[in-house]
Design a protein around this ligand. Structure first.
Ligand code: SAH
Ligand code: ZN
Ligand code: ZN
Ligand code: ZN
Ligand code: ZN
Length: 435
């Protein structure tokens, strides 16, 4: 069971073009067959919304639509785009802000001039001026409506570290994909240029088309021609030199689609930009499979509005499980002391709690917990695990055991078995991301 990503594929019904929904070209998926042997039926679905309640556009690949249906489809897809242009909304917002006494209405998700305050009396509002409008992620309520568009904002400390990492890597321009808080920091710090690409159209009131465009990162779709021009100019400046792409994708992102997008950006900028990606440590295998140029750093990415993904009180005991992945050389990803330290043998910055293992020749903790080396396994394991002679591997003391009844502690403390051949490690079930 499950659904596999196929790609951006033309459809006969749509004159051999990729069918589009209001969120741009749709992705082709394949329903995986139960036993995984036969190829399942293929279908087009929205690249941005995984819930059909948010975007109802759907088409079986083997379904041939009559011309009239195709016409209606196109009309509906175009009709759902908004009336005012980005430029118009931005200019109107500037006028409201300079008039004084403006408010941001959280119900209407729009700036309201002082003269219209009465109409929003019963709505929650926040005072807004030209200064607070520079930091819209503090003014707007983070989106939380559903998992594919929920917004988790970097903590101030995390933003500072990320800016430092970009500086050490020689980055002068950042294409911020789904990172509005990093974007607003970069613009006000003034060290690096930034262009934000994000699905959240509320930002149109706060940034002009030169610094923000509504965008879908899973099909590389820029909503407006103006946005497309700004993007091209931005990535191609200096022949693409000094450019980084920084992505914090939403929960459960399709990394195959994102990898395709990153390849397209590299093609369009004319050189290979530095890539930074933010995902939990347990997505590492998925990241390395789809984006083999990236490596996982030990930097724990923290969020303001996520009660688990923080080191603050109430957070996860071993800190945030979210990590920064980077394409630049590991030694360039400098992290602040004393929380992090440079490991000389590894040649990379790691968390101070991450101990170097001489036998593994690396700092082996992935999830932030201490690890210890198991000689029979020939690798480092979580300290809560014990080597099980019956299973010939390390596991939790009460694991379901291959040799005996469950619940019996079969741990041995002395190394007795030889190393297991590589590739014979029992597979761990991948955990789902919970942002
Ligand atoms: N940590 C980041 C925010 C990450 S939340 C920061 O502090 O800057 C994920 C972001 O991706 C949100 O801003 C959301 O609007 C955006 N997003 C969600 N789906 C998207 C898509 N398909 N394409 C582009 N952006 C998307
Ligand atoms: Zn209102
Ligand atoms: Zn090390
Ligand atoms: Zn080890
Ligand atoms: Zn072991």
């Amino acid at each position: 069971m499950g659904v596999n990503f196929v790609g951006l594929v033309p459809s006969a019904s749509f004159d051999n073009k990729v069918p589009e929904c209001p969120h741009g070209p749709m992705l082709l998926f394949e329903k995986a067959d139960d036993c995984g042997s036969k190829a399942g039926r293929q279908f087009y679905a929205c690249a941005a919304c995984r819930d059909r309640k948010q975007c109802a556009f759907f088409l079986w690949r083997d379904e041939r639509l009559p011309a009239e249906k195709v016409r209606q489809w196109r009309q509906r897809a175009a009709g759902e785009s908004r009336a005012a242009s980005h430029r118009q909304r931005y200019d109107r917002a500037r006028t409201i802000l300079s008039g004084g006494g403006a408010q941001y209405c959280l119900t209407c998700t729009a700036l309201v001039p002082a003269s219209a305050a009465a109409e929003h009396r019963s709505h929650p509002t926040r005072p807004a001026d030209t200064e607070s409008a520079r930091r819209p992620t503090q003014l707007l309520r983070p989106r939380a409506c559903n998992k594919s568009s929920a917004q988790y904002l970097f903590s101030p400390d995390t933003v500072t570290v990320l800016d430092g990492v970009l500086g050490a890597a020689g980055v002068r321009r950042v294409l911020c994909c789904g990172t509005p808080r990093l974007h607003e920091h970069l613009l006000s710090a003034g060290q690096r240029d930034s262009l934000l690409l994000d699905l959240d159209e509320r930002f149109e009131e706060f940034w002009p088309p030169e610094t923000f465009s509504v965008y879908n990162m899973f099909n590389h779709h820029l909503i407006s021609e103006e946005g497309h021009r700004a993007y091209r100019e931005f990535v191609q400046r200096d022949g693409g030199r000094g450019l980084a792409v920084f992505v914090d994708p939403p929960f459960g992102a399709r990394l195959e689609a994102l990898a395709l997008t990153l390849r397209t950006i590299a093609d369009e900028c004319g050189s290979q930009p530095a890539v930074f990606l933010v995902l939990p440590y347990f997505n590492e295998p998925d990241v390395l499979r789809n984006l083999p140029g990236l490596h996982m750093t030990d930097f724990r990415v923290e969020y303001d509005n996520h009660n688990k993904y923080t080191s603050a009180a109430g957070g996860r005991k071993f800190g945030s499980p979210v990590r920064l992945f980077a394409s630049v050389a590991p030694q360039l990803v400098t992290l602040p002391e004393p929380t992090y330290r440079l490991c000389a043998p590894c040649g990379r910055w790691v968390h101070a709690d991450n101990r170097h293992c001489d036998r593994c020749r690396s700092c082996t903790s992935k999830d932030g917990r201490p690890y210890r080396h198991c000689a029979p396994c020939g690798r480092c394991v979580k300290v809560t695990w014990q080597h099980c002679a019956a299973c010939d591997r390390c596991a939790l003391p009460d694991h379901p055991c291959a040799g005996q009844d469950r619940g019996v502690n079969r741990a041995v403390s002395a190394p007795t078995q030889p190393k297991r051949p590589a590739g014979h490690q029992p597979k761990k079930k991948p955990k789902r991301r919970r942002k």
